[in-house]
Design a protein around this ligand. Structure first.
Ligand SMILES: Nc1ncnc2c1ncn2[C@@H]1O[C@H](COP(=O)(O)OP(=O)(O)OP(=O)(O)O)[C@@H](O)[C@H]1O
Length: 844
C-alpha cells in the first residue's frame, strides 16, 4: 500500500470513527487474528519436519490449543461496516486540500491538456467552491443526497466504496471527475470543450444501453440461489435441455467441456440419454456439432447477440453468478447480465448476489425476475474431532485441502508414506485437463487413488466423490503473507463433501432437503481439520451467512479507451491511458472497476511495440490469458508480441525455443518412455522409477501448457499470424499426457510389507521381477538416464581411484575398490538393488 493510501485510509478511518462511532467496524468481514498464521506455520513446519525426518520444534501443545482469539475476532468482525451519509461532507473536507495540492493530480491535469499554471489556479478555485458548498449543505440524509447529486457527487457510490473498504482510490477518482466537470464549465476557456470530450469518452454509466438487442426485448430472469451442492445448476440445465436454442456459460473451460459432453450424451435432466447436439466454445477450443441448437462456453466467449440468425436465445444459463464480484474476471458476468440477448436467463449462484441482481434487473425496462431458492441436497456436518495432527487418521474418500503446489506435494508424500494409499492431486497451476484426469482417478472405483490432496482449486468445477473434507490449514499464502481463508472459500471448499449421488463415506444423517430430487440422496458430507486448534474456528465459520455482494465488477469497455486515445498526449503510454480512463470513468450504479494489475503488466510489454500495434491489437493482447507471475510465460508472451509486431508471423516452436520448455518436454518424454512400468502393489522405487526430471519438470510443463494455451487463444483471434494452432494443440496434448504420468509417478507411496501382501499380489510381483529385474536384483538398466548416471559414477570412481593409487596411505581403500571392479552397482547397494529395498518403506 502506498504511503498516500495508508494516510488516506488512516485519516478517513479517524473521521469516520469520529462522525459515526457506533457503526464503523473493521473493513473485511473476515480479516482474522494472527492465530491463523500460527496454524499455517505449524502445518508447514510439521510437514517439513516429517519429510526431512527431523522433529518439529513447535511444542505439541500449540497444535491442540483452540484459537479463541481468532474466533472472538471472527464474531466481532462480522459487524457490518456502516457509514452514514451525514459523514460524507466531512470526509470530503478532510481530504480535499491534500488531494488538490498533490503532484500526481497536477500531472494528471497536464495529461488532460492543462498547463501547470492553469491547473494550479483551477484546482484552487475548485477547492474554494467545494468548501463553500459544504457549508451550505444541510445535514439531513435524503436531502443531502440530492444536494450532493446536484453538485456532481454520487453519495451512494461513495458510501458503498467506504463500506467495501476500497474508498481511497474511489474517493480520489470521485474528486477527479468532480474537478474535471467543474473545469469543463468554469475553467479556462481554451480547454473547456476538450474537457467535455474527455468526460463524454469516459462516461460509461449508460453502458447497458449499448446492448441494443437485449434492450429491445423483455427478458425473464430465473435466479437459482443456494449453497454448493443444492442442485441449482441441475435445474437450470434442465430448462436449457428443453430449449430449442440456448447457451450454458461457465467459469472454467473444464465446466464448459463437462456440460458440452453431458448435453451431447443426453445425461442432463430430462434428456434420458437422448443427446442434444451442442457446440463447444472456449477461448482455446471450438467444436462444431452438426445442426447444434445449443452452445456450451466459457463466460468470456458468451455469444451475446443471439444465435446464428441473430435471434434471441431461448434459454441462457450463467453459472456461478457470484463471480460477478471477482476483482479480475467479474466484468464478464456483469456484461452477460447487462447484455445477453435471451428470452430466459437462468443465473445460478449463492444467495449473496440476489439483492444486487434484483436491482440490476429492475433497472432494465421490461425485464422480469423469479427467484428459486434451494437447500443442500445432502447434509454437511462438522466432525466431532479433528485428525489430531495425524495423517494416519486420513480415510479413503477424504479430500485434504492445503495451499500451494509445494504443500500439496508434501501432504501427498506424508499421507502416502503414512498410509500406503495413493493420492490424486488437484491444484490451480495444473492444466484443467490434468485436473479432470486426477479427479477421475479419485472418483472411479477402478481408479488408483483413494485420497485427494487439493488446493482451493477444488472448490469449483469438478464433480468429486468426496466423503470428508479435511482442512490442513485455515490460512493461505497470498504471495506476500499468510491470510486467513475467506468465508466464501471455506464454504465453497467444505461444500464439496458429500456431493449428491457421489458420496463415498457415510454419516448417519437424515436428509430433509431432498424432496424434489429424481433419485435417492447420497449420504452427507463431513468436514474437519487436520489440527485440533483449527476445528473450533471451522465450526464457528460454517454456519455463518456470506456477506451480500453490493457491487458488480465492471470491465472498462474498449470503446472508452479508443475514444480516450485521441484526447490524451500522443506520448501517453497504454498503461497511462488505461489508468487515466479508469480514474475518470463514470460507472453505472452499483458497480466497481475491475482490477487492472495484470493488464498493466502486459501493457508494459506492448508499449515496446506501440508504433506497430494497432489499438485493436493492444486491446486483444492486453486481455490475453497470461499470468504475469509466471516469468517463463511472461517471457514467451514478450517473444510472441515481438514476432507478431516484426513479421506478423508467429512460429510456435520459434517463440518457445529460448525458454527450453519444448526441450524439457522431449527429455521427460524420452525418460518416461524408457522406464519400466510401476511395480504392482508396491510403493514407488524412486531410484529407478522416478528420475529427478519427472519431478523437477512438473512446474516447467505447467508453464509450457500455459504458453501453448496462450498461443492457441491468440490463433483464434489472428489465424493468419498464428498459423501453428494444430501443432500447438498437439504439443498441448503431449504436455497433458506427460504431466499425468509424472504425477502418477510422484514418489511417496510406502511399499507394502510382505505381511501386508496377498498371494495374488506376490504372484504379480514375481512376474514384474522376472520381466524387469535382472539376476542381481536390479531393474534392467536399459534406461538412458540410469546409464548416464552410472557412467558419471564410473568417471568419478576412476578419478578417485587414480588419486588413491597416487597416495600410498590409501592402499587399503584401493584394494577394496579393486575387488568389486566391473560391478559398480555393488558400491551402492541401497540405491540400486531392487530386491534389497523392495520390502523397506520408501525413504520418500
Ligand atoms: N433432482 C436431481 N436429480 C438427480 N441428480 C441431481 C438432482 N439435483 C442435483 N443433482 C446432482 O447433484 C449434484 C449437484 O448438483 P448441482 O451441480 O446442480 O449443484 P449446485 O448447487 O449447482 O452446486 P455447485 O454450486 O457446487 O455447482 C450433481 O451431480 C447433479 O447432477
Amino acid at each position: 500500500m502506498s504511503i498516500y493510501r495508508q494516510l488516506a485510509t488512516r485519516s478517513l478511518r479517524c473521521v469516520a470513527a469520529r462522525t459515526a462511532p457506533a457503526t464503523v467496524g473493521s473493513v473485511s468481514a473476515l480479516r482474522l487474528a494472527s492465530g491463523y498464521a500460527l496454524n499455517r506455520d505449524r502445518d508447514s513446519s510439521r510437514s517439513n519436519a516429517r519429510s526431512t525426518g527431523r522433529r518439529s520444534r513447535a511444542p505439541q501443545q500449540a497444535f491442540d490449543k483452540p484459537n479463541n482469539d481468532a474466533i472472538e475476532e471472527l464474531t466481532r468482525s462480522r459487524e457490518p461496516i456502516r457509514l452514514e451519509v451525514e459523514s460524507l461532507p466531512r470526509l470530503i473536507l478532510n481530504r480535499v486540500d491534500e488531494w488538490a495540492a498533490s503532484e500526481r493530480v497536477k500531472a494528471r491535469c497536464v495529461a488532460f491538456g492543462f498547463d501547470s499554471q492553469a491547473a494550479t489556479e483551477c484546482l484552487d478555485a475548485w477547492t474554494f467552491k467545494i468548501k463553500e458548498d459544504l457549508l451550505m449543505w444541510d445535514d439531513n440524509g435524503e436531502s443531502l443526497i440530492t444536494q450532493m447529486a446536484a453538485r456532481g457527487w454520487d453519495a451512494n457510490a461513495l458510501i458503498l466504496a467506504y463500506e467495501s473498504g476500497n474508498f481511497a482510490r474511489e474517493f480520489e477518482n470521485a474528486f477527479l471527475r468532480n474537478f474535471i466537470e467543474y473545469a469543463a464549465e468554469s475553467g479556462p476557456l481554451f480547454i473547456q470543450s476538450h474537457l467535455k470530450a474527455l468526460l463524454e469518452a469516459t462516461d460509461v454509466s449508460r453502458h447497458a444501453q449499448t446492448y441494443l438487442q437485449a434492450r429491445s426485448i423483455n427478458r425473464h430472469f430465473h435466479l437459482h440461489m443456494g449453497p454448493t451442492n443444492s442442485g441449482k445448476t441441475y435445474q437450470a440445465l434442465k430448462a436449457l435441455s428443453r430449449a430449442k436454442t440456448g447457451v450454458y456459460a461457465g467459469p472454467l473451460r473444464l465446466l464448459a467441456h463437462e456440460v458440452w459432453e453431458r448435453l451431447n450424451m443426453g445425461s442432463v435432466g430430462d434428456l434420458n440419454g437422448e443427446g442434444r447436439a451442442t457446440n463447444l466454445l472456449t477461448g482455446e477450443e471450438r467444436r462444431n456439432v452438426h445442426n447444434a441448437g445449443l452452445v456450451s462456453c466459457t463466460i468470456e466467449m458468451l455469444p451475446f447477440y443471439g444465435n446464428a440468425a441473430a435471434e434471441p436465445w431461448d434459454v441462457v444459463v450463467i453459472d456461478e453468478i457470484q463471480m460477478m464480484a471477482d476483482d479480475h474476471r467479474g466484468g464478464a458476468w456483469t456484461n452477460a447480465v447487462l447484455g445477453v440477448n435471451a428470452k430466459e436467463v437462468h443465473l445460478c449462484g449463492d444467495e449473496t448476489t440476489a439483492h444486487l441482481l434484483q436491482s440490476m434487473v429492475d433497472s432494465f425496462k421490461g425485464d422480469t425476475l423469479t427467484i428459486h431458492r434451494y437447500n443442500r441436497l445432502t447434509p454437511l456436518v462438522v466432525a466431532p474431532e479433528s485428525l489430531n495432527g495425524k495423517y494416519e487418521n486420513v480415510q479413503p474418500g477424504d479430500c485434504v485441502v492445503t495451499f500451494s503446489r509445494n504443500n500439496v506435494y508434501s501432504v501427498k508424500k506424508n499421507i502416502e508414506g503414512t498410509l500406503g494409499k495413493k493420492c490424486a492431486v488437484v491444484y490451480g497451476a495444473l492444466p484443467p485437463e490434468t485436473r479432470a484426469e486426477q479427479a477421475r482417478d479419485f472418483n472411479e472405483d477402478e481408479g488408483r487413488s483413494q485420497v485427494l490432496v487439493a488446493s482451493d482449486a477444488v472448490g469449483m468445477g469438478l464433480n468429486l466423490k468426496i466423503g470428508r473434507v479435511v482442512f490442513a490449514s485455515m490460512t493461505k499464502f497470498d504471495g506476500q503473507r499468510d491470510v486467513p481463508l475467506s468465508l466464501t472459500q471455506v464454504k465453497q471448499i467444505a461444500g464439496r463433501a458429500g456431493r449428491f449421488g457421489q458420496g463415498r463415506t457415510t454419516v448417519d444423517n437424515e436428509d430433509d432437503n431432498a424432496a424434489t430430487t429424481d433419485e435417492v440422496a447420497a449420504p452427507g458430507g463431513v468436514v474437519t481439520t487436520l489440527h485440533a486448534a483449527d476445528l473450533p474456528l471451522l465450526r464457528a465459520m460454517l454456519p455463518l451467512t456470506l456477506p451480500a455482494v453490493t457491487r458488480a465488477v465492471f470491465e472498462l469497455p474498449n470503446e472508452a479507451l479508443t475514444s480516450m486515445l485521441p484526447l490524451v498526449h500522443p506520448t501517453t503510454t497504454y498503461a497511462d491511458l488505461l489508468d487515466h480512463t479508469a480514474a475518470l470513468a463514470k460507472l453505472p450504479p452499483n458497480m466497481v472497476l475491475s482490477e487492472t494489475r495484470n493488464r498493466l503488466a502486459l501493457a508494459e510489454v506492448l508499449e515496446e511495440q506501440r508504433d506497430v500495434l494497432t489499438a485493436t491489437d493492444i486491446a486483444v493482447f492486453s486481455n490475453a490469458p497470461v499470468n504475469t507471475r509466471d516469468p517463463k510465460v511472461a517471457g514467451i508472451f514478450q517473444n510472441i508480441v515481438q514476432a507478431y509486431a516484426t513479421d506478423y508471423h508467429v512460429d510456435v516452436e520459434e517463440v518457445l525455443k529460448k525458454s527450453t520448455l519444448l526441450h524439457t518436454l522431449k527429455t521427460v518424454e524420452e525418460t518416461l518412455a524408457a522406464l519400466p512400468p510401476l511395480p504392482p502393489h508396491l510403493g514407488i522405487f524412486r531410484q529407478y522409477l522416478v528420475p529427478p526430471i519427472t519431478v523437477g519438470g512438473i512446474p516447467l510443463l505447467e508453464s509450457l501448457h500455459k504458453a501453448l494455451v496462450l498461443y492457441i487463444w491468440l490463433s483464434f483471434r489472428y489465424s493468419l499470424a498464428f498459423p501453428d494452432r494444430e501443432l500447438a494443440t498437439a504439443y498441448k496434448l503431449r504436455t497433458e499426457k506427460v504431466l499425468e504420468i509424472c504425477l502418477e509417478r510422484l514418489p511417496g507411496v510406502r511399499q507394502l510389507k510382505s505381511a501386508e501382501r496377498t498371494k495374488e499380489m506376490d504372484k504379480e510381483l514375481a512376474l514384474f521381477r522376472r520381466k524387469y529385474v535382472d539376476k542381481h536384483g536390479l531393474v534392467k538398466p536399459s534406461i538412458k538416464w540410469v546409464n548416464q548416471e552410472q557412467e558419471e559414477r564410473m568417471r568419478k570412481m576412476k578419478r578417485w581411484r587414480s588419486a588413491a593409487t597416487e597416495a600410498d596411505e590409501v592402499t587399503e581403500i584401493h584394494d577394496r575398490t579393486h575387488k568389486t571392479e566391473g560391478s559398480i552397482q555393488q558400491h551402492h547397494p541401497k540405491q540400486f538393488n531392487y530386491r534389497q529395498i523392495s520390502d523397506r518403506g520408501s525413504s520418500w
